[in-house]
Design a protein around this ligand. Structure first.
Ligand SMILES: Nc1nc2c(ncn2[C@@H]2O[C@H](COP(=O)(O)OP(=O)(O)OP(=O)(O)O)[C@@H](O)[C@H]2O)c(=O)[nH]1
Ligand SMILES: [Mg+2]
Length: 718
């Protein structure tokens, strides 16, 4: 059935539904003041979770984030007295945060005592042992922030625990542990993803939603409709809803069958099939894979070469004897028998040819070859003419990929081309034995030192299995310029205006869900340097207040700024208070990682085609120029050097992904103490006003980075 997608434009969205969704989000995340004003403005009913409960959850969340986990436990026990008794995992995680805080503040004796009394009992349960070992390992380092287990001290880790705790408390109060908004995003993502994969095909999917009126009176079946409508607006797919009822063992469900098909109306501006082709970029920067190294080849039990000497020999026997006599002898006269081949190792390396992790979503399992067996004749099996050991399986990933064990240790940060890490070791090949009576063999072996045995003293004829590990690959975008700003400021429009990238652009916040990359054309005036041909720009999802704590989408992507040299702050000059917006973004950057504020940056005041922006352009420019310091010590060149130094050092404080830990003191600085922008330009990226001036400023700033850091450039590139 072909339905013109434009018909969906006329489907009215009920304001109350939208308000409920917003309110549930605010309540879930404990924005009690905003909830207050939201209720006052909209005249909505007080939520089920009253302000007092919200305030308590908020305090618990903040205690966990600050590392004051004992206080978080105490308060949790007050609001949900048996929650932590029942949820051992959560209790362990909270205690581990407290332990981490003690280690960070160098109170090692106290940390040790705490571990012995509070954490050690968890060691009886197998699943905690690995994590306990990692935590205890922190004590062995003079600077635990530089240890491979630094992720256990990071804000990310605390945030994960704090989020889990918040969800658990909500569930304990019989409130939904996910907000309607989160569900909408999950559903929309799934539908859009499926549609992009099934380009041109009809697909059917069922969206199950609880039929009972949910938290705050919001009926989720409406939210399902809402999400699919967003989808239809943004991607131009056709959606046909069929309502139905079904029962599972536990709950009554309302379900919608959603049929999706690509819109045929190509002339409709937002329904271009090109937008579907971009869809897979969603997960270009993260992937989970499993790798398995090859098993070792088996050894064999071989005949003694001289056992049949003297007997009449046929043609085959002669041939066999010829092979057997090929066994070499050691200096003491003992036979050197062939071993099974070593299984192939698995290595991951940084390859300049690769630019995303997308392919790992198609193929998630990588197996290296097994080592060759020794056949009964003591010669190599035919498949292994080239040698017994299996080749190493080398997996290329983009430069800038961080390799971690799934939910575990950081294994490598492959920041430079050619860098590699061994992630799974191949199994050892089995040994061969000669066929002699058991009692003689035992005697013989007792004399030999190089016979492999396992734990039970059994001789290893069979090859050993190769290692198998699940890995998380995270790509930190390697871009020269990072575009930052509040949602809707025009970052994606800017990227589309000056590069060939075609990001999603729309008039609502969080259009960009994953970073988009674009390449700036070469500027001949730059000379033969890094930027003579091009620079890469990354358009990041919009930041909002609280992004550094994980609000909005920001935090997940702030890490992509790590490798940028220049930031471009995009500010909507037609907004109500552009200077405040600018300050908000700077504050978020400062809270996430103060070093970001020390990087050179320019400010783009966008949307000057609109009168409200154009009229106040000069006053805005002046005001923004006033924010910041001229102090040379924190000037752009020094700071850029710092940034580069941190990039070139592999294991120093360079790892800015866990910034909250060792740069705490820098957070005491005010925004005014950081450098001013290199330039402020007013543009309209949509209407193409003053684009050339903006480009000139970007290029001049890039040149400044290059000139200022010339000496360091070499060390980064080598
Ligand atoms: N009038 C006017 N509108 C603009 C200009 N630049 C962008 N817009 C509009 O602003 C809206 C948001 O633009 P986007 O480029 O999607 O904004 P963004 O900063 O990428 O937003 P997020 O992806 O949500 O962070 C769109 O409707 C654009 O058409 C401009 O120069 N003038
Ligand atoms: Mg965008």
């Amino acid at each position: 059935m072909d339905v013109d997608p434009r018909h969906y434009e006329h489907v009215a969205t009920n304001d109350n539904d939208v308000r409920n969704i917003v309110l549930s989000y605010l309540v879930h995340n404990c924005y009690n003041e905003t909830v207050d004003s939201f209720i006052a403005c909209t005249g909505m009913k007080q939520p089920v979770d009253n302000l007092e409960g919200m305030e308590k959850r908020k305090r618990i969340y903040h205690f966990a984030m600050e590392g004051n986990a004992l206080k978080a436990i105490e308060m949790t026990n007050q609001v949900a007295h048996d929650l932590l008794e029942k949820n051992e995992d959560l209790r362990f995680d909270l205690l581990s945060i407290h332990f981490g805080e003690l280690v960070c503040s160098r109170r090692c004796t106290e940390a040790l005592e705490f571990a012995m009394t509070k954490l050690a009992p968890f060691g009886k349960v197998h699943k905690y042992i690995g994590k306990l070992e990692d935590f205890m390992g922190l004590l062995a380092y003079e600077e635990p922030e530089k240890s491979p287990m630094v992720h256990l001290l990071s804000l990310d880790y605390r945030q994960q625990v704090a989020d889990c705790l918040n969800r658990a408390i909500l569930a304990h109060m019989n409130l939904p542990s996910y907000t309607a908004m989160e569900r909408l995003i999950q559903q929309t993502t799934v539908v859009r993803q499926c549609l992009s994969q099934e380009l041109g095909k009809i697909m059917h999917s069922l969206i199950f939603v609880p039929s009972s009126p949910s938290y705050l009176g919001l009926n989720f079946d409406k939210s399902a409709f809402f999400s699919t409508r967003i989808f239809s607006e943004r991607s131009g797919g056709l959606l046909i809803y069929q309502r139905g009822q079904c029962r599972s063992n536990y709950e009554n469900y309302v379900y919608y069958t959603v049929k999706c098909r690509l819109a045929k109306a190509n002339e409709y501006p937002s329904t271009s099939p090109a937008s579907f082709i971009k869809e897979p970029h969603k997960y270009f920067d993260q992937a989970i894979i499993t790798v398995r190294a090859g098993d070792g080849g088996h050894g064999a039990v071989l005949n003694m070469p001289n056992e049949r000497a003297g007997r009449p020999q046929g043609r085959h026997d002669k041939e066999r004897t010829r092979k057997k006599t090929l066994y070499k002898r050691d200096f003491d006269g003992s036979l050197i028998l062939p071993m099974g081949g070593h299984g192939g190792d698995v290595v991951i390396y940084a390859d300049e040819e690769k630019d995303s992790l997308l392919e790992f979503h198609e193929k998630g399992q990588y197996n290296a070859k097994r080592g060759g067996n020794v056949d009964a004749m003591g010669v190599l099996t035919s498949q292994l003419h080239g040698g017994l050991a299996a080749p190493t399986l080398r997996i290329p990933v983009p430069v800038g990929t961080v390799v971690k064990r799934k939910r575990g240790k950081l294994l490598a940060d492959l920041a430079n081309p050619g860098e590699e890490v061994l992630v799974a070791r191949g199994g050892q090949g089995g040994i061969s034995l000669v066929e002699i009576p058991e009692h003689r063999r035992k005697k013989l072996m007792a004399l030999t030192t190089n016979v492999m045995r396992d734990d039970t003293d059994k001789v290893l004829v069979l090859g050993q299995p190769g290692e198998e590990v699940s890995l998380e690959l995270i790509l930190r975008v390697v871009a020269d310029v990072g575009l930052v700003g509040l949602p809707n400021a025009g970052k994606s429009t800017l990227l589309a205006a000056i590069t060939l990238a075609k990001p999603d652009i729309a008039d609502y916040p969080f259009t960009t869900l994953m970073p988009n990359l674009g390449r700036l054309g070469g500027d001949p005036s730059l000379g033969a340097g890094m930027y003579s041909s091009e620079a890469t720009l990354a358009d990041l999802p919009g930041l909002i207040e609280g992004a550094h704590l994980g609000k909005g989408l920001g935090r997940n992507f702030l890490r992509h700024l790590r490798r940028t040299r220049l930031l471009v702050h995009v500010v909507d000059a037609a907004a109500e208070n552009p200077v405040n917006d600018y300050r908000t973004v700077k504050e978020e950057l400062r809270m996430y990682n103060p070093d970001y504020l020390e990087r050179p940056y320019i400010v783009v005041l966008n949307k000057i085609d609109l009168p409200e922006a154009r009229d106040r352009l000069s006053s805005l420019t002046e005001e923004i120029m006033r924010i910041g310091s001229d102090d040379i010590s924190s000037g752009p060149e020094t700071s850029s050097k710092d940034a580069l130094q941190s990039l070139s050092s592999k294991d120093g404080p360079a790892d800015l992904s866990f910034p909250g830990i060792y740069i705490r003191d820098k957070k005491d600085k005010e925004i005014e103490d950081y450098p001013r922008p290199l330039a402020v330009v007013g543009v309209s990226v949509l209407k193409g006003i003053k684009i050339n001036e903006m480009l000139k400023e970007i290029r001049t700033a890039l040149r400044k980075c290059r000139d200022g850091d010339g000496a360091l450039e070499l060390s980064v590139q080598t």
